[in-house]
Design a protein around this ligand. Structure first.
Ligand code: SAM
Length: 236
């Protein structure tokens, strides 16, 4: 369906990734999805929807190849690790503030011998101000991290001009998109495009929210750790 053929090495990488998720989930709070059915459907297949050609001007898997991407608040590697295994040519950075999770991601990266993958422990608010990360990515993804007004500040500063922020959300996101419109504009994004993606998989449809970066993010954003959450950029 994606037009992507996985070779034997990639299938073995998915298998080992699954085993490591199952193993480490028994030891600490890695992800809420612990059984193979849930890992397959909610983590693996649902992540692939980011790569699914959703029609219109939405990106296709070829569009991602060779680009530089970051996954903000990746947790167990969702969706960034799945994107990286599926499209090995993608340069991927996985960011999470919880060290237990980034240690896990380092273990996965080593075992799967993934090249072009960087794992960083830290906060989006800090990294978004750092040279080499700020306005440095063609693709920025984040899933299940925050509502859109806060997420705008945690993601848009990472995108370069012409870069795209892609946010998988449960369907019915339109109110959030409206609420985040002023924030997205201030941070340098064009108005959001939203597309419903229901495949691959059997899970309920996701709304994929796309923000294209069209102008630089003002220097003061992202603000200090915790401020985007406490005081999101909402027009009052
Ligand atoms: N994206 C994964 C998924 O869809 O399964 C994980 C979602 S989990 C609910 C949210 C993750 O975001 C947690 O692992 C948390 O540590 C991380 N996180 C929350 N705020 C963050 C921030 N400001 N900077 C970096 N990571 C953050």
């Amino acid at each position: 369906m994606l037009g992507v053929d996985l070779d034997e090495k990639q299938i073995a990488q998915f298998q080992r990734y699954r085993e490591l998720i199952e193993l480490r989930s028994r030891q600490f709070n890695l992800t809420g999805h612990k059984t193979w059915d849930k890992i397959r459907e909610e983590l693996f297949i649902r992540s692939l929807r980011v790569l699914a050609p959703a029609g219109g001007n939405a990106p296709t898997p070829e569009w991602f190849t060779g680009k530089r991407a970051i996954d903000i608040g990746t947790g167990a590697g969702i969706p960034g690790m799945i994107m990286k295994i599926t499209l090995p040519e993608l340069q991927m950075t996985l960011l999470d503030s919880t060290q237990k999770r980034t240690i896990f991601l380092g273990e996965v990266a080593n075992e799967l011998e993934l090249k072009g993958l960087e794992v960083i422990t830290g906060r989006a608010e800090d990294l978004g101000q750092e040279r080499g990360h700020r306005e440095s990515y063609d693709i920025v993804v984040a899933r299940a991290v925050a509502r859109l007004p806060e997420l705008a500040e945690l993601t848009i500063p990472f995108a370069n001009i012409g870069g795209t922020v892609i946010l998988p959300k449960s369907s019915g996101v339109q109110d959030e998109v409206v609420e985040a419109a002023a924030a997205a504009e201030v941070l340098g994004a064009a108005p959001a495009i939203t597309m419903e993606v229901s495949q691959p998989g059997e899970a309920v449809a996701d709304d994929m929210v796309y923000w294209m970066k069209i102008s630089p993010t003002p220097r003061e954003f992202p603000r200090r750790v915790g401020i985007p959450h406490q005081s999101p950029l909402i027009e009052r």
